[in-house]
Design a protein around this ligand. Structure first.
Ligand code: AMP
Length: 543
């Protein structure tokens, strides 16, 4: 082999904070704290403290490969752990505090951490779980001495004491880039959650790959409000990508309501933010009520569930903020596809562009996708053939922790996403359903997501879920469960009439139930399992 003569360095997560500290030392990181006040410092200070906490971890006996758990909101101390834990060759296990208690205990025990860092908010939760946590030896409360709570937990330490004990002249080690860097568990809508284990290499390549203009398009001119939680898929990788690009970073802590999010967007002059649709629903509601605008914002990245058309129109027409629709999952680090309009589509009218904007977008370099039929044959990119969506690439899982559920990856490395999708001739992928949510009616498939999107297009419908209900003749038929604006006069007949303008007769739901609220899972997605349990045997009219 004629070998290249270029240097080779391990792709290390610590190199990101080293870079930001050296080249963007004065760029600010602003956090709303659990203690209340807004905290500000710079990447330079973050770098110093990340090294201190890395050194302090060695003092607690943490060795390479050991898991260190976090139960925390988005904030500067969580950022320090992102770099301090992974950078010192330990593995950051971010835990979703919205899981049910038993699931949380399962995830903590299964992950195997001995040390748990927790925000003040979750101390009572940990107290109630203490008996079930099998191997936790130390709990570190992420606060200062003044705010340390009285607690029944044992072996509790204060984060700021650890920082004081740590030596900031700690040197980041270089080691195999394929070493585990962090872990995140899937939401586990069926069965137990499964562990996805990221590596330094996959994390770095994902952060670089997702930053490009066809991706998140991050640059040092951006101020990023990072609403997607650091406890879920490394906040879509932006906890790494923001310092890598020298972005000013704004972290919202525990306050996700419209007023608090608006306050940060406005006061910090944020240009870009990322969140799931539910958060944006709260923000746009607040903006309408308080007649506020977003003069600094350029883009919002929305993913995690399908973006409703009304949300795209509202951001783009009312607030002049571009919507970037994105798809991904825990197993894909998460970025898979992003939606931006290719030049020939930009000449279309806004209404003609809308069906494309509603799609989840195109692959970015580094991750490939395909759709296959039940026999595993690739399906055409014609925008109508739909099949099982599969993904493979540098930042796609090669197997779950402890080899659970490994039948979801085939011999060629294609990972079964569990989504059903179409891909059109321009390569825009559209999720039509989760494999288990699709409604199978008389041999045809009806997309629950399509009906949900249409339903929330009605001005009086706040949120809608569509599930399959057994039917004696058609096997399954769609049922809409919807939340309407208070005092709205919309009823079953008017909603069905509204849906009928965009659906074929056989796709039209058989019934509508109005409820006060819909159940959501730990990552903000509709909990259809719960809805199926509750309404799965609903008696459809005429069935
Ligand atoms: P999670 O691993 O919890 O992040 O969930 C991943 C799943 O969320 C995907 O497999 C999709 O079913 C769903 N999802 C993510 N982004 C979108 C999107 N933009 N539109 C529709 N569904 C999405």
């Amino acid at each position: 082999m004629f070998q290249g003569l270029m240097q080779q360095h391990s792709l290390m997560i610590s190199s990101i904070i080293e870079f930001a500290e050296r080249w963007y030392p004065n760029v600010e990181v602003v956090s709303r704290t659990t203690e209340g006040p807004i905290h500000r410092y710079t990447y330079k200070e973050m770098g110093v403290r990340a090294r201190s906490i890395a050194d302090a971890l060695q003092g607690l006996g943490v060795k390479p490969g050991d898991r260190v758990g976090t139960l925390a909101w988005n904030g500067y101390r969580h950022m320090e752990l992102y770099f301090g834990v992974s950078g010192s060759q330990a593995v950051l296990h971010t835990i979703n505090p919205r899981l049910f208690a038993e699931q949380m205990a399962y995830v903590i025990n299964h992950g195997g951490a001995n040390i748990l860092f927790t925000d003040l908010t979750f101390v009572p939760l940990l107290e109630s779980l203490a008996d079930q946590l099998e191997q936790i030896e130390h709990i570190v409360v992420m606060t200062d001495r003044e705010h340390m709570p009285a607690t029944s937990l044992s072996n509790v330490q204060c984060y700021e004491d650890l920082i004081d004990k740590g030596d900031s002249s700690y040197q980041w080690p270089e080691f195999d880039e394929n070493s585990a860097s962090s872990m995140c568990y899937t939401s586990g809508t069926t069965g137990n959650p499964k562990g996805v284990v990221y590596s330094h290499r996959s994390t770095l390549i994902h952060a670089m790959g997702s930053s490009i203009p066809n991706g998140l398009g991050l640059s040092a001119t951006d101020t990023v409000l990072l609403v997607v939680p650091q406890f879920h898929v490394n906040s879509w990788g932006v906890s790494y990508a923001a310092p890598m690009n020298g972005c000013k970073l704004v972290l919202p802590g525990p306050a996700m309501d419209g007023a608090s999010i608006y306050e940060l967007l406005d006061q910090e002059k944020c240009t870009l933010s990322l969140a799931v649709p539910t958060v944006w629903m709260m923000l746009t509601g607040y903006l309408r009520e308080s007649k506020a605008f977003l003069p600094h914002m350029k883009r919002v990245v929305i993913g995690g569930s399908a973006v409703p058309e009304a949300m795209i129109r509202s951001f783009e027409a009312d607030y002049d903020v571009q919507v970037v629709h994105a798809w991904g999952m825990t197993e894909t680090s998460p970025l898979g596809t992003l939606n931006f309009l290719m030049p020939h589509l930009q000449n279309l009218s806004y209404d003609e562009q809308m069906p494309i904007k509603l799609k989840q977008g195109k692959s970015i370099f580094g991750i490939d996708i395909r759709i296959v039929d039940d026999e595993g044959r690739s399906l055409p990119h014609d925008g109508s053939a739909f099949g099982r969506l599969q993904a493979r690439g540098h930042w796609v899982t090669s197997g779950y922790y402890k080899a659970e559920g490994d039948d979801s990856i085939d011999a060629d490395g294609w990972f079964e996403t569990g989504d059903v999708a179409t891909i059109d001739k321009d390569g825009y992928m559209m999720i039509t359903d989760r494999t288990k949510d699709v409604i199978k009616s008389g041999g045809e498939w009806i997309s629950s997501i399509e009906i949900e999107n249409l339903a929330v297009g009605h001005p009086d419908i706040i949120e809608a879920a569509v599930i399959a209900v057994p039917h004696p003749k058609w096997d399954e038929r769609p049922l809409v469960i919807a939340v309407k604006e208070p005092h709205s006069a919309v009823d079953k007949a008017t909603l069905l009439e509204f849906l009928a303008t965009n659906l074929a007769r056989w796709q039209l739901p058989d019934d509508v139930i109005f409820v006060d609220e819909l159940p959501h899972g730990a990552t903000g997605k509709l909990n259809k399992l719960k809805l199926r349990e509750r309404y799965g045997n609903h008696q459809l009219p005429g069935a």
